[in-house]
Design a protein around this ligand. Structure first.
Ligand code: IFM
Length: 791
């Protein structure tokens, strides 16, 4: 039991028992089109498709005080005038009990106030754009009771940036009315821009006995969300806002509960593209049985989705993450640039990014193959005939978005993901699928990938390494740019790795030209990478200037002497020439960058003063890209350790950034983020907040943690030939089990580790028959039992 809550693994929930964890600890309720984020106090916002363009309700954008408001609130007013909320906020009347259970796709509040037990479940059904609040009230008092129930949301202006910038005009572009036939407050934000014209409603399964559309009328002159005047006075004012103003939706239901009995009703907040669709949704969810069935369907969807990989391992922290929260976070994070969290505003436009979205798709390949495939096709469409990819674009209107810099690495990520996709499905025809370049001709996906890598290879500097142009994976490196001829060691290594994967795919397609050009690039890069100007004696440099200025990541520097990524990627790309060098650079990384919370991205952090050659860095020292523990990069160190076959080290690194482990071991007050969602970074010395997690939910960390955990540590990895068995674990383990759904077959794999090794496979038996090699043979069987003896 943690200070603020605990994991309930049986029901796949995190249960929050304290109203105020260090930050709002949120959950995502969504289907593929509609999202509501919700905190432990029912704070949050709902949006249609993209948080930047489809914002339906308001949420504190700038995290001003109080940070977690408004939300989807319920106020209950007793006959004696007292007011309470089953979610505690915003009223803050003491409750006799309170719990917030964040589950997969739903959030449930269970609370009790003077003998009235409330159970409120918020969720978004799989196929309708609506947030349902399923309310169940049980009267444990001796007398019948009549409660006035007030539900409340504050509407937003669809385009999220209108709120902070243009609200004084936009509030008049709205019409908020009560529609008797629909039993709903209806909200219309009639704007001329080209985002969808959403028709929004707030309704109830019970007859509405009062409403408010105007925030001023609801709150009153001196009222606050804690106790709005209308609630205090016992009735809504029935004020509409035909010409705009401060639009809200508030509806009143009068609920009588007999002593000892339970009543249920539902509040719905939704949007359609026309009022007819809204009316149908409202009607549909007036039936409590439908609501119940839809909630079960949401739970079933999540169980089926995560079923693709389930493990039983001796380490329960890892098991919980791999089975439940990591895959959940992968799917939630898949649309990260279109979404928002308690800490990210969701106001940026340009929903897809070739780099980040390719990586986010890597885990979706097994979890939601349909979405991963669709996304990759879209990304290839945003490649120019030169081979360069647009960094950011809007998938809905199919246009590139402005982006501040050239990301020279865009071309490598789609290769990694396509390899993963084809390995998962076995659909090699995907490689031949024709997709047009952006404003160009149709070419196969194989050609797209080859063209992307050629483009990177085509721009090289004086060490024969790829030019960084503005930035590679590290978005903050642009500040070091001088004349544009700077080289990226990391990109060279990634290019090698990408060429290795592309070669395998080209082989399947019989494309010898691509194989040959991959071989040329690999050979040239390995020579360049091990030249004097790149290997610094103990590790690989990071960023090489065209001038004689000492490279970032070299001993000659006072700050930024060593960078993690070029050590990890040296190993992953197998470009070190010798195993000794591979081991040496990772050992040096451990020595110079290791901390009890994980590996720093670089060391020492830049301070900007007084060394004149270093520009003032954006992030403070020890924060994010400036020598912080950047979890995304940390995952590649885990992967690299498995390449070195050092399972104990990989296991140690892997555990360090698991959110449940970090929250427990560092303490929730230090770590601050949700224990069930991956943080993007950990702040570290010289920052005094060392150990604090930053930005939960959305990070490349999420997808890579899922991959390294399932494929490189537990070692069940799809490759082009089939399902490869390649464990690299903690040597103390006696064994473990994995169930993996792959190409329609469920493989039940038992790993035995009698000799307590961390890697190596002695024998594999498939349904009782000993097999050769480590790639499981193809089968049409529905279920297969596999036994792996390590040693
Ligand atoms: O690689 C980037 C990513 O694209 C966005 N977040 C920061 C990372 C490192 O700079």
């Amino acid at each position: 039991m943690g200070k603020y809550g605990y994991f309930n693994d049986k029901d796949k929930e995190y249960v929050i028992t304290d109203n105020y964890p260090p930050l709002p600890w949120i959950n995502f309720l969504n289907n593929d089109n509609f999202t509501a984020i919700i905190s432990q106090s029912a704070g949050g916002a709902a949006f249609y498709r993209e948080a930047s363009t489809g914002r339906i309700t308001k949420y504190n954008q700038t995290r001003a005080i109080p940070i977690d408001r408004p939300g989807y609130y319920l106020y209950f007013r007793e006959e004696d005038g007292s007011v309470w909320a089953p979610t505690y906020e915003p009223v803050r009347t003491s409750l006799d009990s309170y719990q917030c259970r964040h589950g997969l796709g739903y959030t449930q509040f269970e609370s009790e106030y003077k003998g009235i037990a409330a159970n409120v479940t918020y969720f978004v059904p799989r196929n309708d754009n609506v947030l349902l609040w399923k309310v169940q009230l049980t009267n444990h008092r001796e007398k019948d009771v009549t409660l006035k129930s007030f539900s409340f949301v504050e509407f937003s202006f669809l385009l999220a940036h209108r709120e902070p910038i243009y609200w004084q005009w936009c509030r008049f572009y709205t019409t908020t009315l009560f529609n008797q036939d629909m039993n709903a407050v209806t909200y219309d934000c009639h704007v001329y821009e080209d985002q969808p014209k959403l028709k929004v409603f707030l309704s109830s399964s019970e007859p509405v006995t009062g409403f408010d559309c105007d925030r001023n009328a609801f709150l009153g002159r001196a009222g606050t969300l804690d106790l709005p005047d209308a609630v205090k006075n016992g009735g809504l004012t029935n004020k509409e806002l035909p010409g705009g103003g401060f639009p809200i939706g508030a509806i009143q239901n009068d609920i009588t509960i007999k002593a000892g009995e339970t009543v249920s009703f539902t509040i719905s907040l939704g949007c359609g593209l026309d009022w007819e669709t809204d009316a149908e949704m409202i009607k549909k969810y007036q039936d409590i049985n439908t609501v119940h069935a839809e909630l079960e369907a949401v739970k079933e969807y999540w169980s089926n989705t995560i079923e693709v990989f389930q493990a039983e391992v001796p380490d329960k922290d890892i098991e919980r993450m791999i089975n439940i929260w990591n895959p959940y976070n992968c799917i939630v994070g898949f649309n990260r640039k279109m979404s928002m969290t308690g800490m990210t505003t969701g106001m940026e436009k340009g929903g897809v990014q070739s780099r980040d979205s390719s990586q986010d798709s890597m885990s979706l390949v097994s979890l939601r193959t349909d979405l991963a495939k669709e996304r990759m096709e879209l990304i290839f469409h945003f490649q120019m005939p030169s081979g360069e990819f647009y960094s950011s674009f809007d998938g809905d209107i199919r246009k590139p978005s402005d982006f501040y810099a050239v990301r020279s690495d865009n071309g490598v990520w789609p290769v990694f993901t396509t390899y993963a996709l084809v390995s998962e499905t076995g659909d090699y025809d995907f490689l031949k699928k024709q997709i047009p370049y952006y404003e160009g001709e149709n070419v196969s996906i194989l050609t797209h990938m080859a063209q992307g890598l050629k483009h990177i290879y085509g721009r090289r500097g004086r060490n024969n390494l790829p030019l960084i142009i503005d930035i590679d994976w590290n978005d903050n490196l642009y500040i070091f740019k001088e004349d544009g001829n700077e080289e990226s060691v990391m990109l060279a290594q990634q290019l090698v790795y990408a060429c290795r994967l592309l070669k395998e795919m080209a082989d399947i397609c019989g494309d010898t030209d691509i194989i040959q050009s991959c071989d040329e690039i690999i050979d040239a890069m390995i020579i360049a990478l091990n030249g004097e100007g790149v290997w610094d004696g103990d590790w690989y440099k990071r960023y090489i200037f065209a001038s004689d200025k000492p490279a970032l990541g070299s001993k000659d520097r006072r700050e930024g002497k060593i960078f993690l990524n070029t050590q990890s990627w040296a190993v992953i790309s197998e470009s070190t020439g010798t195993k000794e060098r591979a081991v040496h650079c990772m050992d040096k990384a451990a020595e110079m960058l290791g901390t009890k919370y994980g590996l720093k991205l670089s060391y020492p952090a830049f301070t900007g003063i007084p060394e004149p050659e270093d520009p003032l860095y954006n992030n403070g020292p020890g924060v994010r890209e400036n020598g912080g523990i950047f979890h995304h990069a940390h995952t590649w160190a885990v992967m690299a350790e498995t390449f070195l076959r050092r399972g104990d080290k990989a296991y140690q690194y892997y555990r360090q950034i698991l959110p449940n482990v970090a929250s427990e071991e560092r303490g929730a007050d230090l770590y601050i983020n949700e224990p069930y969602a991956f943080s993007s970074t950990t702040l570290i010395d010289p920052d005094p907040r060392a150990g604090e997690g930053d930005m939960a939910w959305f990070s490349g960390t999420v997808t890579w943690m899922y991959l390294v955990g399932t494929q490189y540590i537990l070692g069940v990895r799809p490759v082009l030939k089939g399902l490869l068995i390649d464990p690299c674990i903690c040597s103390e383990w006696d064994g473990y089990k994995v169930s993996r759904r792959y190409k329609g077959t469920m493989y039940h794999i038992t790993f035995k580790n009698p000799e307590h090794v961390s890697t190596g496979v002695k024998t594999i038996t498939v349904d009782g028959t000993l097999m050769e090699g480590t790639v499981l043979p193809h089968t049409d069987a529905k279920e297969v039992n596999v036994e792996v003896v390590m040693g």
